[in-house]
Design a protein around this ligand. Sequence first.
Ligand code: SF4
Ligand code: SF4
Length: 118
Amino acid sequence: MSIQKREKKPGWKELPEGDLIIGGGTASGFKTGDWRSKRPIFLKDKCIHCLTCWVYCPDSAIIVQDGKVIGYDYDHCKGCGICYHECPVKGKAIRMISEKEAKAKNTVIAKAEGPKQP
Ligand code: SF4
Ligand code: SF4
């Protein structure tokens, strides 16, 4: 039986640098929502605009205008579902759907609307 030499692994000094956030305490410049597997869907008719979801969202991804929720910043929403969990409305004013389902729906809508005008 032969003894094989182990391949030398790179040390931490050889590892490539990751992203750097140079500005103070913000990730707004990074589209952190691109690894989301689920997304919230806003059910406007059920919402009582209590803003509980806005308070609890860890990514400031709930868009509020004139004191009312109007939607989500999907560039930064990570799909954690906290907004859905905390929504106090019976039956919830938020629905969580898979990204796969969201993409399929967008495809259906795009097909129904026809080709975009240049
Ligand atoms: S799913 Fe999470 S990150 Fe996205 S809007 Fe809701 S609370 Fe914020
Ligand atoms: S927690 Fe629910 S009811 Fe309250 S603002 Fe958010 S979506 Fe609307």
